[in-house]
Design a protein around this ligand. Structure first.
Ligand code: PLP
Length: 393
């Protein structure tokens, strides 16, 4: 089976982690500090705060901005649910803005339509390794006095007009989950140029403590441990090389697909001013032209030894938690006395998201793939008609 994702980890990571294990020092010590400093340098930001997941980084970002009941946060409908969950964790209301069909990130025009008096934050997600259109997004944010949290959990090293994503908005959030461009097993990073927010983020990640016995804020245990940080330092050193390979593999696949003119398969739009790092190599399936559903295609590819990704199958406003307002007991926070509007997610319909949800698959593009494997993927895609016949027989 050609795996769709595979962490690239070697002896250096094993050595770095083993040294920490044997040192007996596991929490809030030199490795976390070193990883934070190096990650901040890599992005070109003032401060980085290491946490134990991307979700924690997003949650802390909303917490330090003081987001709470009655506030609205604009999010995209195609992303991992934790972009939305983090908003609910702060008892605020997620409001969905549509995507563009070119690169599947949030459409700035639709963001502006969704701003109300209660809007406080916009969370653009740099989906699949692409970048959201940050210049217009920042312009809208400044016009309406909103903060921007970039969810860069799928875009480590992606660049927008020469700047690394995560460093453009007010706060950036990264995930180091096992399948990401670089990994610490589980982990995340909060980044900002604002020292006050960074200091507050450090407190919130560690029980809101200003000292061992004083809890100044409602905090959490979101700390990254020293083993994860030691692994992160090594992975960060390799990140540019990982990305070079991911991009090379993805562009090779897309070029071969284009050359072979596969009419049911649409490559993502690429822009000159964006360095797409291809967390996924996403392709859009035209089910009519193909004559089978995306699920059937995925199964057909699996039978031929090719694993693919299939997300996000539905726009996130169709998740039960939102349709039934069941995030917390008694419909909180949607019925909070601070929230002056009524929101009904059953009535939300975003045309572009509806058009592509469930029809995007990710082809294998990880750093461990050989040219022969990439060629095999293309060969199977070009011959999908005969493959289909064989599987039906
Ligand atoms: C866009 C996006 N946001 C947030 C997250 C959450 O990261 P984590 O799994 O580290 O909590 C992910 C992880 O898959 C993600 O893809």
């Amino acid at each position: 089976m050609i795996k769709v994702a595979q962490p690239s980890v070697g002896k250096e990571e094993v050595k770095a982690v083993s040294e920490v294990v044997l040192s007996g020092r596991y929490i809030s010590a030199a490795k976390v500090k070193e990883f934070e400093d190096k990650f901040a340098d890599y992005l070109g930001v003032g401060h980085a705060v290491a946490v134990n997941s991307g979700t924690a980084a997003l949650h802390i970002a909303l917490a330090v901005l003081g987001i709470g009941p009655g506030d609205e946060v604009i999010v995209p409908p195609l992303t991992f649910f934790s972009t939305v969950a983090a908003v609910l964790h702060q008892n605020a209301i997620p409001v969905f803005a549509d995507i563009d069909l070119h690169g599947y990130c949030m459409n700035p025009h639709d963001i502006e339509q969704k701003i109300s008096k209660m809007t406080k934050v916009i969370i653009p997600v740099h989906l699949y390794g692409n970048s959201a259109d940050m210049n217009p997004i920042m312009k809208i944010a400044r016009k309406y006095n909103l903060e921007v949290i970039e969810d860069a959990s799928q875009a480590h090293g992606t660049e927008y007009r020469g700047k690394k994503v995560g460093s453009i908005g007010d706060i950036g959030a990264f995930s180091f989950f096992a399948t990401k461009h670089m990994t610490t097993g589980e982990g995340g990073m909060f980044v900002t140029n604002n020292k006050e927010w960074a200091d507050l983020a450090r407190m919130v990640r560690s029980h809101g403590m200003s000292d061992r016995d004083t809890h100044d804020y409602l905090g959490y245990n979101y700390r990254m441990n020293e083993m994860a940080a030691a692994m992160g330092i090594v992975q960060l050193r390799k990140l540019d090389e990982f990305n070079r390979k991911r991009i090379e593999n993805s562009l090779y696949l897309l070029k071969q697909i284009d050359r072979n003119d596969i009419p049911w398969l649409k490559a993502p739009g690429l822009k000159k001013h964006i360095r797409h790092t291809f967390f996924w190599c996403p392709v859009l399936i035209d089910e009519k032209k193909l004559g089978m559903t995306t699920r059937e295609l995925i199964e057909t590819l699996r039978k031929k030894g090719i694993e693919t990704r299939h997300r996000y199958r539905n726009p996130l406003y169709k998740q039960k938690i939102l349709l039934k307002k069941s995030a917390y007991p008694k419909e909180f926070p949607f019925n909070s006395k601070h929230y002056k509007k009524k929101i009904d997610y059953n009535k939300v319909y975003l045309r572009n998201a509806e058009k592509v949800a469930g029809k995007i698959i990710g082809l294998p593009n990880h750093t461990g793939l050989s040219k022969a494997e990439l060629d095999y993927i293309v060969k199977v895609l070009t011959k999908i008609d005969s493959v289909r016949k064989v599987s039906a027989d």
